[in-house]
Design a protein around this ligand. Structure first.
Ligand code: FMN
Length: 182
């Protein structure tokens, strides 16, 4: 069954390890999956006073039409980067209703530290639960010491992480399929 998965990458950095992780994950996902990367870097800081501009409308549409969300988060000061939280806040204020509610979602992350986004993933999972996203929680994919294992644009030297990513993508694919069958 064809599925549309939207990737949200919490790093705007050229040469980002989380972007490299996205490229690896894309390669491991079922062939039926069509990918789109949501551009979160051009969203302004969310301000309820401001009229939504063309970026916001495009963002909302991209989010609404996705079958699933795949979040790639770095860890910034023990949490998720502001650019990712800003995108989630925008998603929650879609005039057609939050695109995250009930939508199958997974979280992956890479950092150069030893804990491999443990803290930022915990925060992100908490936020997504609050948003009522349909989180596929297992297996967890955390790539620690990313500078030793990931090579942009999309090479990973960590067989265990690769195995977990393949399993996670299969679990997400099945979750979307089950929802479509209901
Ligand atoms: C503002 C800032 C805060 C950071 N805080 C943490 C942190 O709390 N834990 C951690 O493991 N790495 C931290 N790092 C290092 C990031 O893990 C590292 O820069 C990583 O490569 C970012 O992901 P990216 O390569 O996808 O941009 C921080 C980096 C920045 C720029």
């Amino acid at each position: 069954m064809r599925q549309e998965w939207a990737a949200l990458i919490g790093s705007l950095r050229k040469g980002s390890y989380n972007r490299a992780l996205y490229e690896v994950f894309r390669g491991l996902a079922p062939v039926e999956v069509r990918w789109r990367e949501v551009n979160i870097g051009d969203l302004p800081f969310y301000n309820p006073d401001a009229e939504p501009d063309v970026w916001a409308r495009q963002f909302w549409e991209e989010m609404q039409t996705a079958d699933a969300f795949v979040f790639f988060t770095p860890e910034y000061n023990g949490s998720i980067p502001a650019v990712l939280k800003n995108a989630i806040d925008w998603a929650s204020r879609d005039p057609h209703g939050s695109s995250l509610a009930g939508k199958p979602s997974v979280v992956l992350g890479a950092s150069q530290g030893l804990f491999g986004t443990l803290r930022s993933q915990l925060h992100l999972r908490q936020i997504l639960s609050f948003m009522d996203a349909d989180l596929v929680q297992r297996p967890e994919v955390l790539v620690a010491e990313a500078h030793l294992k990931l090579k942009p644009p999309g090479q990973l030297n960590d067989p265990m992480a690769e195995r977990l990513m393949r399993q996670l993508s299969e679990n997400l694919y099945r979750r979307v399929g089950r929802l479509a069958a209901v």
